[in-house]
Ligand binder design. Structure first.
Ligand code: NDP
Length: 285
């Protein structure tokens, strides 16, 4: 029997509608319009597309947004000064610096300079540390999107074995921490994991974020397991995930498609983080 499809496109649209409504309420009650500033350096075409998508999404939910497109020749000092300017602006609640930055710019130093209260991408060490400690803070959009998909698809995590493949700081590692916070028993795999197919087969919930087109096949999946495919790979002009969908869909209990799974959730969760940052800027009465 084919798996239930977890429709990330529909769930993301629902979240954007919620954010739009809550933004209207914030404006009505406190006169605050959430403001998001994106800083982009150089002319990487993929980065341009991402920033344009974020700008459109902001307009759709009623946010103010602005873009700072800096030339590839921008110095580290100039970039840090731009971030500090945005830190000081009361109308800007969220700041994101589009990665990767061109050489020889130091991305970590730039991320460390963003005010943690405006770090809606959740990459600042303070927010990462809060996640490790189980304290409230900003969590990166993709891992947050993975958890939101599981929640809205009503997948029970408590006591379940969750296997995350990929340990990047932006996706795999924070996803593992979020699953742990939901009381899953978590295994975090990477390129040195021994018998990866065997470990995957022991998963009740399998999250794959490796950047290898269609590597995880149906025979790596326990019948009835939930499979979340974070991968985005371009193969012969088509976008495919890290999971081989045609074989996986026959075995899994529930699965996200690519495109239309985790992808649309990332921007939706960024919007939600920005709304939260704006709310937290309301002075206590
Ligand atoms: P990274 O390249 O930063 O990390 C990849 C991880 O996968 C590493 O931990 C690496 O292990 C592991 N890995 C690579 N090859 C193998 C292998 N053969 N077996 C086991 N583990 C392996 O990638 P990201 O985390 O940034 O992205 C992962 C995927 O998710 C990509 O396809 C990316 O395009 C997609 N993505 C999608 C987003 C969305 O919005 N849906 C957002 C961000 C990313 P090691 O650490 O040992 O090198």
């Amino acid at each position: 029997m084919a798996a239930k499809i977890i429709d990330g496109k529909a769930i993301a649209a629902q979240i954007r509608a919620e954010v739009r409504q809550e933004t209207a309420t914030l404006k009505e009650q406190h006169g605050i319009v959430p403001g998001l500033a994106a800083v982009i350096v150089g002319d990487d075409p993929a980065s341009r597309i991402y920033v344009n998508n974020k700008r459109k999404a902001c307009a759709e939910v009623g946010f103010y947004s602005e873009e700072h497109a800096l030339p590839a020749t921008t110095s580290q000092a100039e970039l840090l000064a731009q971030v500090r300017d945005l830190n000081a602006r009361p109308d800007i609640h969220g700041i994101l610096v589009q990665l990767p930055l061109p050489e020889p710019l130091n991305a970590q130093e730039v991320l460390d300079t963003i005010d943690p209260a405006k770090d809606v991408d959740g990459f600042h060490p303070v927010n990462m540390g809060r996640l490790v400690l189980g304290l409230p803070g900003f969590v990166p959009g993709t891992p947050l999107g993975v958890l939101e998909l599981l929640k809205r698809a009503e997948i029970d995590l408590k006591g379940k074995h969750a296997v995350v493949v990929g340990r990047s700081n932006t996706v795999g590692k924070p996803t593992a921490l979020l699953l742990l916070a939901q009381h899953a028993t978590v295994t975090l795999c990477h390129s040195r994991t021994v018998d990866l197919p065997g470990v995957c087969r022991s998963a009740d919930v399998l999250v794959v974020a490796i950047g290898r087109a269609q590597m995880v096949r149906g025979d790596w999946i326990r019948p009835g397991a939930t499979v979340i495919d974070v991968g985005i790979n371009r193969v012969e002009g088509k976008v495919v995930g890290d999971v081989h969908f045609p074989s996986a869909v026959e075995v899994a209990g529930a699965i996200t498609p690519v495109p239309g799974g985790v992808g649309p959730m990332t921007v939706a969760m960024l919007l939600r983080n920005t709304l939260q940052a704006a709310r937290q800027s309301v002075p206590p009465r």
